[in-house]
Design a protein around this ligand. Sequence first.
Ligand SMILES: [Zn+2]
Length: 746
Amino acid sequence: MTEKRFILVPAIAVLAALIHFQAAHAGDALRVGRGDLRVLVGEQATPVEEQAVRLFTREVSRQTGLQLSIGGGAAAKYSLVIGTPTSSKAVEGYCQKHPEVSKLEPDGFHLATAPDAEGRIYVIGQSPSGVVAGLGRLLRLARYSDGSMEIPVLTMSDSPRLPVRGIYFATHFNNFYHVAPLEEVDRIIEDFALWGGNSLTVWFDMHHFKGFDDPAAQAQLARLKHMGETARGLGMQFGLAFLANEAYNTSPENLRAKWIPGWSHYHVELCPSKPEGLALIGKWQAEQLSAFPAVDFIWTWPYDQGGCACDECMPWGGNGFLRASEPLARLYHERFPEGKIWLSTWLFDTPAGSKGDFDGLYRYLREKQPAWLTGIIAGTQADKLPKPLLERPSPDRYPLTCFPEISMHQMNPWGGFGANPLPDYCARLAADLRGRVVGGWPYSEGIYEDINKFYWAQFYWNPERATEDVLKEYAAYYLSPEVAEDAVRLFHLLEKTHTRNGWRVRNLAQADEAWEVAQAIDARLAPWAKSSWRWRILYVRAAIDYVLKNQGYLSDDAHAALRPLCDELVRIYHAEKTGIRPPAFKKAPSGSQANLALGRPITASSTRSEYAESARNLVDSILAEDDPENFWVHDPSKEKTAWLIVDLGRTVNIKEVRLQFRGIYGAFWFVPTTVSFEVSDDGKEFSSVATSQDVPKEGTTYSPRLWTYPIGKPGRYLRVNLGPSQHVAAPYAGTLELTEIEVSEQ
Ligand SMILES: [Zn+2]
């Protein structure tokens, strides 16, 4: 790929200058049947161009069954000439007659599909990467049926407006990128390149491993290396993300970083203010870099996880993080002198004790004007760019890229219910970023956010494109042009029912409508589209929401309807071992273990306002093993102790109560010092039946087992009293949490 200039150009002027779109004969199309079209690559074709042609012919075959021939051997009515002026003599000849093609910007392309006297049509790239993007555009402009393809007759040039058109694959915790067969991961990278994407970042999450020589670490490095080769083989840039002080899980305890409760932290990270800590971080980073033949850029990342909260490192983002990033930059440039280095401001000024992150960074930029730094990555907050980034020093010298959250927004477990199209959310964020960024890398946890990925690839190519056009292009290509309008409606309807925590969806008002639209589309799709994963994750999402609206999620009937849908998602994602899967259904215990609290009304003495309604999580039989976010939290600003009352619906001879306490990062947190129980027949007069100090100790190793308390008394209402919290450290001092209350009968 060619060297990029980081310049923000007024987009409207660029639009006028770059797009010449004219159909030679309006409405004309080349009809291509068996044997009608061959593809000609240049004499000097690069491996990227050769690979682009393989993708093109594969996609045509998927849509039509046609096998296009490659090369001059076979005779054909039309020849598709692909290449750059330096790779193909035929392209060079075309460009001499059409000087406007030489005005393409980096990675731009020119399509000319009115056949010349010899039946030649052209896809010309300014670079090999431009050839990939041009073939991708031609694929999405063409129309398909079984055994034939229609190529619209047109002449057009287009160039990307933004130089960084990336994606970040979070490759961890047994998600799709971590465990899916590599051929499937390759497809996702290839599609992204055909959409005009030009940059892939991955992260080698050290804390999973004992060290560089750990066979599991080597296997993961090989996997990431493979992804890099696939990306670079398509003309994309490949980069590695580094947490500035990350460490293997065998890191020496005396060198470890300090952390503050509330920070995301693996507790194995090292303190870069300790000289031996900094040296060890550097040794590990150098080993990691040596595992990759080519790394076009790196990220240095501050938080979530990581950081050090010691006095010398704080405020981490504006101090220790920068001192840890400088030697990383040196190491990287020793091995890859031309490489770019992006510094992330993700969560800056947000975690406890981090005020001063932006101030520290800006002082550093003003005083040192670091030559090693390419630019800044903005951590966006919901659909907004954090304000301090707008006032950063030297914005021209250090341009801004973004890191849109397309994976975990308002859905938990993310991806667990199928596709998560978020067109309105993405468009709001895009409106805030337009004119301020030179591109970015959305955060991707899997394939369920495919539509959002496509949206951002298109935004980076041309930030002025209308959302509806983008959605329609996706639907027309991956489903069919006939259903495109209905599909766009479905994407919007699924955004309306999107927000949820576990099985509890905020608003299912339009779930029936979405299901109706989904079924109507399904009936009209060609077999290849109907069975494609891109359609199935949309269809399953609409089906799940329909069941939730009409049957809820607690009854056996609801489970019977939901289970096959969830199983299908797990198969598509290869999510057998991950949290990115639907919340599981508990086998309803029977006999003396049956849970009489399941689905019963519950009231809490207080609930933290951000978690309103969360008391219901305590009687839904969804345990922390299946959904760690399925908990209730009391409001410590209102009271030190708390109570919960469950109405069992009838007087029950209560045998026992079982409680599940809260765990975070593998330790018990927010546990009360005591529990006690009262019963009542009318919900007003309660009598005490049991008190216990048998509770887990705060900070000890978490176990999801239920703690059992014998009761042996009858009552319709059960009151669970929680004593003061064992958690005394700021910022969550005094907080009480629980994840489940179960009640069984004698
Ligand atoms: Zn430190």
